[in-house]
Design a protein around this ligand. Structure first.
Ligand code: HEC
Length: 134
């Protein structure tokens, strides 16, 4: 298992090693039936989620993301108000951290417009507009 080394690598945000494990976890759990990395589907893009939480939650971003995966989430992303983030209680803390770090790392893929689209209040914006930007 690579899980142990992941929390260390996660800090580096190199984006490759832990990404593979996060991708596997998320694929195995069906996250991509609603989410995509950089474009919106039935749910906000992970790039937009990472960016939004970094901007609005700062140091708590990782915690907020972990909490939303564990407990579900509804109503945070106005564009998706008719959908709901289900709660996933099957992940270990390490797995949650791996996924959260991966999602936060995706925020760089959402930097299509100088890293700031909407200046604070427009948190619904920027999701799904970054398809293809790297
Ligand atoms: C049934 C569709 C669906 C599935 C499956 C799903 N999500 Fe979501 N997810 C959503 C929706 C809808 C939202 C937006 C919720 C909101 O507006 O508060 C969301 C939001 C999120 C957020 C943002 C929460 C926040 O606080 O900013 C994260 C992180 C997330 N999902 C991760 C995951 C992960 C990881 C998985 C797989 C384990 C997953 N989702 C599976 C629909 C889904």
């Amino acid at each position: 298992m690579k899980i142990i080394s992941l929390s260390i690598i996660g800090l580096v945000l190199s984006g490759t090693l832990f990404a593979e494990d996060a991708m596997t976890l998320m694929k195995d759990n069906g996250c991509f039936s609603c989410h995509a990395i950089a474009s919106k589907k039935a749910a906000p893009a992970f790039a937009g989620i990472g960016k939004r939480n970094k901007r609005f939650e700062g140091e708590n971003a990782r915690y907020v993301i972990i909490n939303s995966i564990k407990n579900g989430s509804k109503g945070k992303y106005p564009h998706f108000s008719d959908m709901e983030m289900p709660s996933y209680t099957n992940f270990s803390q390490e797995e949650l951290e791996t996924i959260a770090d991966f999602i936060l790392a995706q925020s760089s893929k959402a930097k299509g417009h100088g890293g700031n689209c909407g200046g604070g209040k427009g948190q619904g914006r920027g999701m799904g507009m970054m398809g293809g930007m790297r």
